[in-house]
Design a binder for this molecule. Structure first.
Ligand code: SAM
Length: 423
């Protein structure tokens, strides 16, 4: 835990000094649980101005030597007041807890002043983003039914609430802790209040539920390969969409999951076993070296290639992106060339009928522009399908068929930034 707080403080400091994007800094540091570290960094950044006001008015840094470092003070006060709370004893825990009364009183005072019902209500008053992404839980229907999981959570003192597509955002923003609802678009998805931690839950550890953002469930949901189909997941690791495909196919047929990165490939294999997805065959291979003619039975392909990851919800990265300049421009150019290459290779499979392209990027260059350029080269064989017509949030920019694609964002859909198109 001490290392977690130190690393989080160092990532925030380096990102603020523009030494790199949060995501890259998190990947490059020595703390093993990257997800936990990224969540702590992003949440601390989100509440940064609230926390700075609290540090200033309580003056705790002047009394506590171990909290002299501003970044460490932000992270540890976040953890104590707004986060998970300290799980283990440490000098930071002791230092922060010595000022428990002053810290909680200041937080309460700020909430009263901002007329905030809960902590996230403070965000609009501080000028920070009001958006929080809920905890999405995909039920692994290969192992358990949605009904059984709902029943299980109800027995664990969670309360199910109802919603509709039209009331989705309203329901998300008023969702109380230990309340949840079934997603109105993707039936196998449950939505819990932001901050609900299910990483230690037995259902998660045994692969009955998968913690997967709603946006990342859209590609497999859009591809909808029927049971018995032959499918290729071109860039598959760590395999969340691959196991989702297997679930949609009820483990009948075959999904070949390619990835060229050894480490991510081995994580994928662990997750495939955990999910009980026996119809998946994984191959450690560069997808561009796969011969399309050796896969004449493949009719469905999912293309989710590496991207800038700019849709990941972390405010400081947005800031760095916008300040990014030349370096960012050439990185996006390289990425979009690579994405187009992978997509074209997928469309070259001789019997491909349906190909879904997705990224977790918000940049038009990696999204609508890739689709436009590739479509212009395959127009004789493929057209774009109007994807999920009842989704309001559509593709953007000058591409004339942009509205056939789907975009998702924190502000409009309560998800990470995402893009999906279907050929
Ligand atoms: N679809 C995955 C999921 O839902 O868990 C995430 C895929 S991630 C966005 C992109 C993946 O593409 C990375 O794991 C990367 O190693 C892989 N990749 C990049 N270039 C590749 C190539 N030429 N062939 C196969 N895999 C590639």
């Amino acid at each position: 835990m001490i290392l977690l707080y130190r690393e989080a403080a160092s990532v925030i400091q380096n990102a603020t000094d523009k030494k790199g994007a949060v995501k890259t800094l998190v990947l490059n540091c020595r703390f093993k649980n990257k997800k936990q570290l990224q969540a702590l960094v992003c949440e601390t950044l989100k509440y940064r101005s609230v926390l700075e006001k609290i540090l200033e008015s309580t003056g705790i840094q002047q009394h506590e030597k171990v909290l002299r470092d501003k970044w460490l003070a932000l992270v540890t006060v976040y953890e104590f007041l707004l986060g998970q709370g300290f799980r283990k004893d440490s000098p930071y825990k002791q230092a922060v807890e010595r000022h428990k009364a002053a810290l909680t009183a200041e937080l309460a005072r700020m909430k009263i002043q901002a007329k905030a019902k809960n902590n996230s209500g403070l965000l609009s008053d501080s000028g920070a983003s009001e958006v929080t992404i809920p905890r999405y839980v995909r039920v692994n229907t290969l192992k358990v039914s949605v009904k059984e999981v709902i029943g299980y959570f109800a027995r664990e003192d969670f309360t199910q609430v109802t919603t509709s597509s039209a009331r989705f955002m309203e329901t998300v923003s008023s969702l109380k802790p230990r309340h949840f609802f079934q997603d109105p678009h993707i039936p196998e998805l449950l939505v819990f209040a932001a901050g609900t931690d299910l990483h230690d839950h037995t259902y998660y550890k045994t692969g009955l539920i998968i913690l997967q953002d709603k946006a990342s469930c859209i590609p497999a949901f859009a591809l909808q390969p029927p049971p018995g189909s032959h499918v290729v997941d071109c860039c598959a690791a760590p395999g969340n969409k691959t196991t989702h495909l297997a679930a949609i196919m009820q483990n009948q047929g075959r999904v070949i999951a390619f990835d060229r990165d050894m480490k991510r490939f081995s994580t994928m294999n662990t997750l495939i076993i955990r999910a009980g997805a026996s119809c998946i065959r994984s191959e450690l291979k560069d997808f561009l070296k796969v011969d399309p003619n050796a896969h004449k039975d493949v009719r469905y392909l999912l293309v989710d290639p590496s991207c800038s990851g700019s849709g990941d919800f972390c405010e400081l990265d947005d800031f760095i992106e916008s300040e990014g300049g030349k370096q960012e421009k050439s990185r996006l150019e390289k990425l979009s060339n690579f994405q187009a290459q992978i997509l074209k290779h997928a469309l070259a499979f001789p019997n491909a009928e349906r190909v879904v392209y997705s990224t977790c990027s918000i940049h038009e260059q990696e999204n609508e522009s890739v689709v436009r350029d590739v479509l212009s080269q395959v127009e004789e064989d493929f057209e774009l399908e109007e994807l999920l017509p009842n989704f309001q949030h559509r593709g953007e920019g000058s591409f004339r068929e942009a509205a056939k694609c789907v975009r998702m964002s924190a502000e409009i859909d309560a998800t990470h930034g995402f893009f999906v198109a279907c050929f």
